[in-house]
Design a protein around this ligand. Structure first.
Ligand code: G6P
Length: 622
């Protein structure tokens, strides 16, 4: 939610900031803006709409400064408008701030400042921040004993302001009082600093500035940073200076570009064989799954009476896809929960619970809060994220990573299949430690895991029939997805994909449950997509689909080479066959044509596939 970029160096800042914003647009795209320091004043260019609008603004072209901050917004407080766009200035136009997060107590702070004579022009929560800084700066100036330099005075003012803020924030501050510096700080919203050569970069996440540097400082909460073009100084929450090590990021900068594809989503769908292969990486040794970063003993695992998998959106579906696998192979009950629900229902979590948090970005606010809650309740916590150094991976007791590479499209694809892959590898490691699985079973699953990349490649080679289905479907108002067992999970994820990028209303149902109410919605011409990959459940699902055909539904089924043989293909309008795999892993293969279907439908409708309306990729507000 909202992306921020900063540059301090020897080049003109605005082109670098615009390029960074374009890469961060998936975090929000309803307005955008830049502020730079121009000799002794701050100049702002901002407007409603996407980053591309900024390129053409007269004000943007006039920005000459070599120090600047920038923002792309996903509105929370105040409608998308020029006045509500960031950067926001204080009343004296001495400080400019961009902010990602939410200030929960902004109304009280606004009142406090209004009583001191401050006036506000926007409806945002953010505008209190530059004004609070301005207020504390003026207090610093009144202190006659204070002989700090201007930059340290601003730092003190920023710290005093941040201590008043309740909520989440990552902020960048520039000021006319420190024309050669910038100050940044974060609390619960992401921010990274890229170290360059006589120039430094700041961004909400790594891909935005990956083409300039691979050396990053990953900030913790309440670490204050003063940047100049040649220096980066870190201060703790008492403003004591400390040193920090850089982390080298191995992602290839090209990985964050479209690489010849029309959209990021189609590129990322096609990257799934590589993402799955990289996620398996070197985790398999002599037929065993190895996790050197986990020190789970047999005694500890045997003491567990529950595993929670907590996540949001697609990551939550990845948890659902492995629930049965863990229960079956480890003999431990698993509850998969939506992070925003988990937090507020007093879940039973204690030292006998292992809590696993799945998040592509590693920054989702609700997942992070659920993790903190679990730690407070003495559970061991394990993060599964795609971003090294992300908040969730740093907060958890243990972190393991998917190696999907940067995922830019808002609709998650390669992260999902990589998450199921990693969760399955983890399950094998747990089951082996617990000795609840035989070597033969491990070997069978490992062999299948290793064959997945080529199976996904096969699906990707056969996409023409899917594009034809999309051509017949894109004008529909409602689409239903059904399946049983693990195919029900696939139907949930497929339905989410369609909804988020095509805006077609869609429902996913456990095939057997449809007749308990929802079947009333089925009428002639409704599209129903059935997923049938479990040989044991073919007959049951087919008869559920027939109940719908009888009522006039247009039916498409996803089957595999085994279940294809068990069905009468003539009763369905469309049949898509995917390679067969064991049922634990089938969600990884059977989701691929359905990701494609959502993609093609969205393209047929002429929509922006990568940036669907109202959504943001990284949801850093609760
Ligand atoms: C947003 C995105 C989804 C994603 C979810 C969880 O809603 O649009 O694609 O699945 O957040 O994100 P995470 O980064 O925690 O996996």
């Amino acid at each position: 939610m909202c992306g921020i970029v900063g540059y301090i160096g020897k080049q003109k800042a605005s082109p670098i900031l615009l390029a960074g914003l374009s890469k961060l647009e998936y975090r929000g795209y309803d307005s955008a803006g830049i502020a730079t320091i121009e000799k002794d004043f701050i100049k702002v260019a901002k407007d409603k709409g996407r980053v591309e609008n900024l390129y053409n603004l007269k004000e943007t072209k006039e920005l000459e400064g070599t120090i600047g901050i920038a923002h792309t917004r996903w509105a929370t407080h105040g409608i998308p408008s020029k006045i509500n766009s960031h950067p926001h200035l204080d009343i004296t136009e001495s400080f400019a701030v961009v902010h990602n997060g939410i200030i929960e107590n902004y109304i009280e702070l606004k009142k406090f400042l209004e009583e001191k004579g401050y006036e506000f022009i926007s409806d945002t929560d953010t505008e209190v921040i530059p004004n609070l800084i301005s207020y504390f700066y003026s207090q610093e100036m009144e202190d006659s004993q204070n002989n700090k330099n201007a930059c340290l005075r601003v730092l003190k003012a920023v710290k005093n302001a941040c201590e008043k803020l309740i909520g989440s924030f990552s902020i960048e501050v520039i000021s006319k009082y420190m024309p050669d510096n910038m100050i940044v700080v974060r609390k619960d919203s992401p921010l990274v600093i890229g170290k360059g050569n006589s120039e430094n970069y700041i961004a909400s996440d790594i891909p935005a500035i990956l083409s300039y540097t691979k050396d990053f400082y990953l900030l913790n909460n309440f670490e204050y940073v003063i940047l100049s073009k040649d220096n980066i100084k870190f201060y703790d929450n008492k403003l004591n200076e400390f040193t920090k090590q850089t982390t080298t990021i191995t992602w290839d900068a090209m990985a964050a570009d479209k690489g010849g594809y029309e959209d990021f989503m189609i590129k990322e769908i096609n990257e799934q064989p590589t993402a799955v292969r990289e996620t398996i990486g070197s985790r398999i040794e002599n037929g065993k799954c190895i996790f050197p970063e986990l020190d789970f003993s047999k005694e500890y695992l045997s003491s567990l009476n529950l595993i929670y998998i907590v996540a949001c959106g697609t990551a939550m579906h990845a948890g659902l896809a492995v629930k049965n696998t863990i229960e079956k192979l480890c003999k431990i009950p698993v509850i998969v929960d939506i992070a925003s629900e988990f937090r507020y229902r007093n879940p039973i979590v204690n030292e006998k619970t292992l809590c696993i948090f799945v998040s592509q970005s590693g920054e989702t606010a609700d997942t992070l809060a659920a993790l903190k809650l679990s730690k407070e309740n003495h559970a061991k916590t394990l993060a599964i994220t795609n971003v090294i150094g992300s908040s969730i991976s740093r907060e958890a007791d243990f972190a393991i990573y998917t190696h999907a590479g940067p995922e830019i499209a808002v609709a998650s694809t390669k992260a999902y299949t990589s998450q199921i892959t990693l969760l399955t590898l983890l399950t094998l490691y747990l089951a082996e430690t617990l000795q609840t699985i035989s070597q033969n079973e491990i070997r069978e699953i490992v062999d299948e895991l290793l064959s997945l990349p080529s199976k996904i490649e096969n699906v990707l080679k056969n996409i023409d029939p899917i594009s034809i289905i999309a051509k017949n479907m894109f004008k529909e108002k409602d689409v239903f997805y059904i399946g049983r067992g693990v195919d029900y999970v696939t139907s949930q994820e497929a339905s989410l994909k369609l909804k988020e990028i095509s805006y077609i209303h869609s429902e996913s149902y456990a095939a057997g449950e449809l007749k308990h109410g929802t079947i009333a919605l089925i009428e002639k011409g409704i599209n129903v997509i059935g997923i049938i990959t479990d040989s044991n459940l073919v007959k049951k699902t087919v008869s559920n689909i027939e109940e719908l055909t009888t009522r006039g539904a247009i039916t498409t089924v996803i089957v595999n080479e085994a279940t294809e043989k068990q069905i009468d293909k003539t009763i369905f309008d469309n049949v898509i066959v995917v390679p067969e795999t064991i049922s634990y892993l089938s969600p990884i293969v059977s989701i691929v044509p359905l990701q494609m279907l959502a993609y093609f439908v969205s393209k047929e409708k002429g929509l922006d596939v990568d940036k669907p309306r109202n959504l943001a990729k990284s949801v850093t507000v609760e």
